[in-house]
Design a protein around this ligand. Structure first.
Ligand code: ADP
Ligand code: ADP
Length: 239
């Protein structure tokens, strides 16, 4: 069965008389372990879909099922429990990193919020492990977000998402804010982590080369609608 099933999803913004149809009747599934690419020009609804999938914003209509469970009708308490399974990596890592908190505290808070570390020792050990997982060092825990380079900061954003042991990750343009020279490193990290942690991913991007490299299937969006769903090798098939 699908890990994520999206059924006739719609999301409108603005006044009901003249709504912007950001997402207009979109349906698709994501299989366990799959990386699904979501491409389309700016404003085509990619981000809105990503956020709706995690219920960071509500749908106007339609359904998002996680392992068959309708997220739209999940009670707040149930949704809080599900949150750890469904994480997002933002374009701007500051979106999930409080600039006033040390990295260790940011990761420790995420662990504590989901009961994933009992006591200081266990928490510190897990934080060191998370930092190593994303290619940083345990001593980085005592630093603040602004003390890192853009690429390192995105690694911390990734560690923040992984801290709570998610099954499904939405990566929303995770490379767009990075120098081109750093992008390949972060792509390789995501690719490696996906294998290692058996993650299922929705990868939002406008970089078709990266999508071709990373994704099993691709959805092409245009003005909030699905134009095409294809296996990556078919979409990028060269004549
Ligand atoms: P993409 O990620 O593909 O660039 P978005 O999902 O961000 O597209 O936006 C899709 C459409 O929805 C755009 O027309 C955008 O202006 C509109 N939109 C997105 N978020 C909001 C919002 N909070 N309020 C009003 N309009 C929005
Ligand atoms: P606050 O500023 O309220 O202390 P945060 O800004 O760290 O908290 O996070 C706000 C909410 O967003 C929290 O519910 C947190 O669990 C959630 N959150 C933060 N980062 C992520 C992420 N990468 N993926 C999903 N949810 C996140």
């Amino acid at each position: 069965p699908a890990l994520i099933e999206v059924k006739q999803l719609k999301r409108y913004f603005g006044p009901t008389a003249r709504p912007v149809r950001a997402v207009d009747d979109v349906s698709f599934t994501i299989q366990p372990g799959e990386t699904l690419g979501l491409v389309g020009e700016s404003g085509s609804g990619k981000s809105t879909i990503g956020r709706t999938l995690l219920r960071l914003i509500d749908a106007s209509s339609g359904q998002v099922l996680y392992r068959g469970e309708d997220l739209g009708t999940a009670a707040p308490k149930r949704m809080r429990a599900l949150r750890s399974k469904l994480q997002i990596i933002f374009q701007d890592p500051y979106a999930s990193l409080n600039p006033k908190m040390r990295i260790g505290a940011i990761l420790g808070e995420a662990l504590a919020a989901h009961g994933l570390a009992r006591g200081k020792g266990e928490s510190e050990a897990r934080i060191a492990e998370l930092l190593q997982l994303v290619g940083l060092r345990p001593e980085h825990a005592s630093r603040y977000p602004h003390e890192f380079s853009g690429g390192q900061r995105q690694r911390i954003g990734i560690a923040r998402a992984l801290a709570v042991e998610p099954e499904f990750i939405v990566a929303d343009e995770p490379l767009s804010a990075l120098d081109v020279s750093i992008q390949a490193q972060v792509v390789n990290l995501l690719s490696e982590l996906r294998e290692r942690l058996q993650l299922t991913m929705l990868f939002i991007s406008h970089d078709l080369d990266v999508v071709e490299y990373l994704c099993d299937r691709v959805i092409v969006l245009y003005l909030g609608r699905v134009m095409e769903v294809a296996r990556t090798e078919d979409l990028f098939e060269r004549p």
